[in-house]
Design a protein around this ligand. Structure first.
Ligand code: UD1
Length: 365
């Protein structure tokens, strides 16, 4: 049985790595890795492959940056010939990035089975490109692997047949559990004793320059009493440069590799972010996290974990930061099945599948 894994952007890599590792234990399964090239900078992509011990991609579609339509269309047109040529029995897609939905659409049209790892998450906010990607991918997928029960409930509500859905737990936590001992040993140089760790990259936060200016001014203020460390995503860096925005007291650094970022999370007094995965990682680590968004597709991190959801309001953000730095702490718990073994459960389910012998045809569909 041949499985193609499709990855494209930074948050895909730590999800695919453990699934590939667990599937490698099954001799009847062959695997190939397709990188769409959505993320291409060394520190957004290559370094993750090295640190996570992932094989080099067998195929790189090299789509690079572009508008959503352009990027998605390029992935579709470049991935279709790969599927036609390789004739996989199953294609696995990860998370909610443009590469995820583009690859799922190609497979659905070619009648190739698709599995979606991290299915069922919903923010119920269709202004987020990721929500569109999640909704469409889940409608197209044949196997849906959910990280938590709310995912199953969302899929049931959308009419997805229950026999296609498997509650397996969180694969991102598999990688975290494996890498945590390494991260505890490898503290990034120049990390202050006590600090707030910040990441921001969502269009809703960084493309609205007035809001970005307000947030940076607030972080600059905070950094007068505690160090603020801000590894800046390329999108955010570009917006800051375009608008001439600065935050002189904030320690602005390049995006960190996986291990160094994990190490930085474990030691942070507080993480402030708009990321999806960081909400989960901080919940597992028991580190307070403020998510700068109006909503989250990962409500379990607020209900059970250490995540606080604070929308676009500088005063509320400042107040939450002060309270947490002053000692307020949610007693979070780690959600069920976030135990480091989600990928093993996925591999077991996949190993039971019959190879299908693909009916892949480009014409007439
Ligand atoms: C994408 C995902 C988002 C994920 C994020 C993690 C979608 C819709 N969004 O957003 O869900 O949280 O990745 O980073 O798929 N760029 C570089 N170098 C790179 C990659 C990007 O310079 O290696 C710049 C490009 O100028 C690009 C911009 O960042 O135009 C945005 O990249 P893109 O992949 O389109 O979206 P992200 O904002 O990274």
């Amino acid at each position: 049985m041949l499985i193609l894994h499709v990855v494209g952007a930074r948050p895909n890599f730590m999800k695919a790595a453990p699934v590939m590792r667990c599937l490698a234990a099954y001799p009847a399964i062959r695997q190939e890795l397709v990188h769409t090239g959505q993320h291409y900078d060394v520190n957004m992509s290559d370094i993750f492959f090295q640190q996570l011990d992932m094989p080099a991609p067998d195929i790189n579609l090299q789509v690079g940056s572009g508008s959503h339509a352009q990027q998605t269309a390029d992935i579709i047109s470049r991935f279709e010939p790969v599927v036609l040529e390789r004739k996989p029995d199953l294609v696995l897609v990860y998370g909610d990035v443009n590469s995820t939905v583009a690859a799922a659409l190609v497979c659905a049209k070619l009648l190739v089975r698709v599995g979606h790892v991290e299915a069922g998450l919903r923010s119920f906010d269709r202004t987020m490109p990721e929500e569109i990607n999640r909704l469409l991918t889940d409608q197209l997928a044949d196997l849906l692997f959910t990280p938590s029960k709310d995912g199953n409930q969302n899929l049931a509500r959308e009419g997805v047949a229950p026999e296609k859905v498997f509650l397996v737990g969180n694969v991102m936590i598999d990688t975290l559990v494996r890498m945590l001992p390494v991260a505890r040993e490898r503290v990034p140089k120049h990390l202050p004793e006590r600090y707030v760790l910040v990441t921001l990259h969502r269009p809703a936060n960084v493309d609205d320059l007035e809001w970005l200016r307000d947030m940076l001014a607030m972080l600059n203020d905070i950094s007068k009493r505690i160090a603020v460390v801000f590894p800046v995503h390329p999108r955010t860096r570009r917006r800051m440069a375009e608008a001439g925005l600065q935050a002189n007291c904030v320690r602005i650094i390049e995006p960190l590799p996986y291990i160094e970022f994990l190490a930085s999370q474990t030691r942070a007094a507080l993480v402030l972010s708009d990321s999806g995965g960081i909400q989960e990682e901080t919940t597992y680590l028991g580190v307070p996290c403020i998510t700068v968004r109006e909503n989250t597709e990962r409500p379990i991190t607020v209900e059970q974990g250490t995540n606080y959801l604070i929308g676009r309001n500088v005063e509320k953000l400042r107040d939450a930061i002060e309270r947490i730095l002053g000692g307020e702490k949610k007693q979070g718990t780690v959600p069920e099945l976030w135990d480091g073994h989600a990928s093993e459960r996925i591999a077991k389910i996949i190993a039971r599948l019959q190879p299908v012998g693909v009916a892949a045809k480009a014409d007439g569909l």
